[in-house]
Write a protein that binds this ligand. Sequence first.
Ligand code: PGA
Length: 253
Amino acid sequence: MRGVLIVANWKMNILKEKARTFCQDFMPLVENIYKTDIVICPPFTSLHVLKAELAGSKIRIGAQNLFWAENGAYTGEISAQMLVDAGCNYVIIGHSERRQVMGENDEIINRKLQRALSCGLIPILCVGETLQQRQASMAKQVVKDQLSNCLQGFKLGERELVIAYEPVWAIGTGVNASSEDAQDMIGFIRDNLSEIIDGKTAAATRILYGGSVKGNNIEELMGKDDIDGALVGGASLQPVAFAEIVRLGQNGK
Ligand code: PGA
């Protein structure tokens, strides 16, 4: 019932011209993929390139961040409405790099989520524990707290939310969580959504795994009941590698 969703997170990589050739090379590679939703999240500076190149395709565009205010004196920030204006349907919120490097906390993330939803964007909320927290057997408590704080006061109604479970120790390290551990945590996230929002939302919400997803591990991850897709960083920078993940991800379901 929940369709597969594969999201590319280019992070702070790829200039305009490379973004253009990526789209031109990537589109034919996924022409025959019908059952999977594909989203690419480039840096802000290439959103317009993707909007032009992907027009008429089923590939959707996402941003990697937004600011929680509607508009005003916030030098350097980008609003939800600006993202809609630039052609975005999705936005990544609360990525661990933003939590760790930019000091974002759950309260800021909560505000950003509310703003994204109110403008019709589909937020991809990232949660996940550090290695230290996992080793101290705190992983579930950390993720539970992130969810309940970030989603505090939420009423989704008909609007869609995506969650990405990204253990911090698996991001960019080449060491992915085992499919069993990813399923265990993602099932736990679904149970929590049921408590925090409601059972219907929990059953309908797509929950992705992220952290060193590659062509050689996507099928096994996607074989698990609660894993609905992937948030892909490093391996999404090459059209062939990303297309392979999309294709194998669909096979896995
Ligand atoms: P990675 O990044 O695939 O390079 O580990 C994933 C992410 O940070 O979203």
